[in-house]
Design a protein around this ligand. Structure first.
Ligand SMILES: [Zn+2]
Length: 713
């Protein structure tokens, strides 16, 4: 006989239909099946959106617990005997417990799963505990699962959005579905966003959405926000996309989107552990309202390291590449004096020197020795000091991500510190090809292995290499590729003094913290810059440098309005990229000829950049020190249609606004009208070419490749 033990700690559950328990407040209603723990319905009460619609498609949890003879061994919550259910916190928290779960291919295992759902003012929060007394590893956990994520408007665009390399990653859910794994590997089209690149997924439809946040600051585990289209495409379009079915059923099967949060805790036999909170909050409005939920949580833990004073003023950089693995020496250390003088003459405040280490850019890593082809270490230190005397800050390009497998050091020592796969092999990364036909054909490219920052022995070596850089006297470093480890996620090396396996990204903070301990006593205002920092990294890195295109959506800028971000400008008359920097408050990094050339090689670009930075200085209360609002706070129309290439800044001291509108077209000027909610206020307009503000009539003509700034008086 099946039995259910229900312990009524406080309030009685609210029955919806037979065999269900409910969590409900003024905004959310969540219905669970008391026999399976399946989330049968999830309703956003403010707008009536059934986020999880058909109860019969509701899902409970899933574990994956490989056996020694068969790795495929899932555990499905719906296939278990009914859980014990406890009602806690005045009926606002449900605790479902399954003991000795039944697996598909291994029978019952000594593993208990406890799933907790709690309704708070912050949203519907899912946590879990796993007690693994078996000899097996609980590798992954799906919790929660929305088995029938439904669209609020049947025909409208439906997507999941997340943060990605300074911008936004957008995966379409409907009317087409973006597939990511190999078609041969899965039954159903599947897509995922993952931490720590994005700490949340925003499931968005027009004017509403669902925030799914993973609220953890340790990066201890990988978490994926996974969606599947079942039973599959109506029409297949190559391996990565296809047309979704429109109706509720297809070939006798229900059509549904299954959305789950997939944790990779790797709890080994004998280990117990918890899953960090997953927070679900429906929101009304554009994606910004979903990002605001993350911003609010971010304020509870985020602390920025103190920034160097110079970084906070309007300024620009130049990046210069001096050498590469084919020894194509562009500039000796001494030659850099000319580059420094270029910067001083053009009022460029910082020079990033790339490829200064032995073997050039992307050769001989992680060595941060100087290269005899370029001069001596003493030469280089003197050159850095002389450039600093010109009023230009010097930043050195550093990298601790890879071991160069070509280097003798790799075999003699570094191989011990590389991240390992479950089979004991070092992970592998393809590296980067430079300049010669042979290398561009990938015939002799230096291949890499990622280094494990969780290994104390490696961190000690890395700190020695960092010392070599900082002792040259530069004002800071840009740690290139600090934000990733190739495709490697977990390290299985048992000699690294970490849990086996360990999420490699959890080492990023440890390495950065060790570096700060070195730099603080030597140079308290030493700049830590990184590449495309994921958000947690802004706790250690002052600046994030990344590349964008003109479709860039400034999601990270919106989430982190006070963090420094920088983009390269490389074209010969690159007004569009400079205007993009203006619109999103990015520092300009001048990079003529893909950072091989000198500033005077692209006079039109440098002259326009200077004009934009002069305007940003003049209007710095808005455009540099203001709070970026993306498109919120103004309406911009052109030809009666919504015009999207604009942004709004608010001066935090007085609350006044400025709106930057840009025209990316190379052929056509654009006439835009700008509307504001408050019609009584007076506005002026300025441009990089005409920085003195003039009265703004409400309509402005923007020439090709140009920008205007409309300012509240
Ligand atoms: Zn390791």
């Amino acid at each position: 006989m099946r039995w259910i033990l229900i312990v009524f700690v406080t309030a009685l559950p609210v029955p919806l239909f037979c065999g269900s328990v409910v969590l409900e407040n003024s905004t959310i209603k969540a219905v669970f099946n008391e026999n399976t723990g399946a989330l049968q319905q999830l309703i956003s009460k403010k707008d009536g959106w059934y986020l999880q619609k058909r109860p019969e498609l509701g899902r409970s949890f899933r574990l994956d617990i490989p056996l020694s003879h068969q790795r495929f061994n899932p555990v499905f919550g719906e296939e278990q005997p009914p859980p014990q259910i406890r009602h806690e916190k005045n009926g606002k928290r449900l605790r479902f417990q399954w003991k000795n779960v039944r697996s598909k291919n291994g029978g019952r295992l000594a593993v208990d799963f406890t799933g907790v759902a709690e309704l708070t003012d912050d949203g519907l929060i899912f946590t879990a505990e796993i007690d693994n007394r078996s000899f097996h590893t609980v590798e992954t956990v799906h919790w929660p699962i929305l088995g029938d994520l439904s669209r609020p408007q049947p025909d409208a665009l439906f997507s999941q959005l997340g943060m990605d390399y300074g911008g936004m990653k957008s995966l379409q859910l409907f009317p087409k579905f973006d597939n990511m794994p190999g078609y041969f590997a899965v039954d159903y089209p599947t897509q995922m966003l993952q931490t720590p690149d994005t700490p949340f997924s925003l499931i968005t439809a027009p004017a509403r959405g669902l925030y799914v946040g993973y609220h953890d600051t340790t990066a201890a585990h990988l978490v994926q926000f996974m969606a599947r289209l079942k039973p599959g495409y109506l029409g297949y379009e190559f391996w990565d996309s296809g047309e979704n079915p429109k109706g509720d059923s297809l070939a006798g099967q229900p059509v549904h989107l299954e959305f789950s949060v997939l944790h990779f805790p790797f709890f080994n036999g004998g280990e117990s552990g918890k899953l960090q909170p997953v927070v679900l909050v429906p929101f009304q409005g554009s994606w910004h309202r979903g990002a605001d939920i993350y911003k609010k949580w971010r304020q509870s833990w985020f602390q920025s390291p103190a920034k160097p004073d110079w970084l906070q003023q309007v300024h620009a950089w130049q990046q210069i590449h001096v050498n590469n693995p084919e020894n194509d020496v562009r500039y000796s250390y001494r030659d850099l004096l000319k580059i420094g003088a270029d910067c001083a003459r053009h009022n460029v405040g910082a020079l990033q020197i790339t490829g200064w280490t032995i073997g050039g850019q992307d050769g001989a890593y992680p060595s941060h020795d100087t290269d005899p082809h370029l001069g001596t270490r003493t030469n280089f230190a003197e050159v850095i000091a002389q450039i600093q005397k010109m009023g230009v800050k010097v930043i050195l390009f550093n990298k601790y991500t890879w071991a160069d497998r070509v280097s003798p050091w790799y075999e003699s020592e570094l191989i011990r510190y590389t991240t390992k796969d479950p089979y004991g092999d070092p992970h592998y990364y393809g590296g980067y090809a430079y300049q010669t036909p042979t290398q561009l054909a990938e015939i002799n490219t230096h291949r890499f292995s990622p280094l494990c920052h969780l290994s104390p022995a490696w961190r000690q070596v890395a700190c020695g290499e960092f010392l070599k850089s900082i002792e040259l006297g530069a004002d800071g470093m840009l740690y290139d590729e600090n934000q990733h480890h190739g495709d490697s996620r977990y390290c299985f090396d048992a000699t690294h003094k970490h849990h086996v396996p360990a999420h490699i990204y959890a080492g990023d903070t440890r390495l950065a913290t060790d570096f700060h301990e070195i730099s603080n006593p030597k140079k308290a205002d030493y700049l830590f810059a990184g590449e495309g920092n994921y958000d947690l990294q802004f706790r250690e890195y002052h600046l994030s440098y990344f590349r964008v295109d003109l479709n860039h959506v400034a999601l990270h800028r919106y989430v982190a309005p006070y963090q420094e971000m920088m983009i390269p400008v490389s074209g010969y008359n690159d007004r569009n990229m400079i205007n993009l920097a203006l619109m999103n408050r990015y520092i300009i990094s001048y990079e003529p000829r893909n950072f091989k050339g000198r500033l005077d090689e692209f006079p039109q670009t440098i002259e326009y950049g200077k004009k934009v930075d002069r305007l940003r200085e003049k209007l710095s209360a808005y455009l540099w020190h203001g709070v970026f609002q993306d498109t919120l706070g103004a309406t911009v129309l052109s030809d009666g249609k919504i015009y999207t290439n604009y942004s709004v800044f608010i001066d935090p001291n007085c609350g006044k606004k400025a709106v930057v509108v840009v025209n990316y077209s190379y052929e056509l000027p654009v006439e835009v009208g700008i509307g504001f909610a408050d019609k009584t206020k007076k506005w002026t307009v300025a441009t990089p070419e005409n920085p003195v503000p003039l009265v703004f009539s409400g309509i402005v003509n923007i020439p090709v490749n140009s920008a205007v700034v409309v300012i509240e008086k």
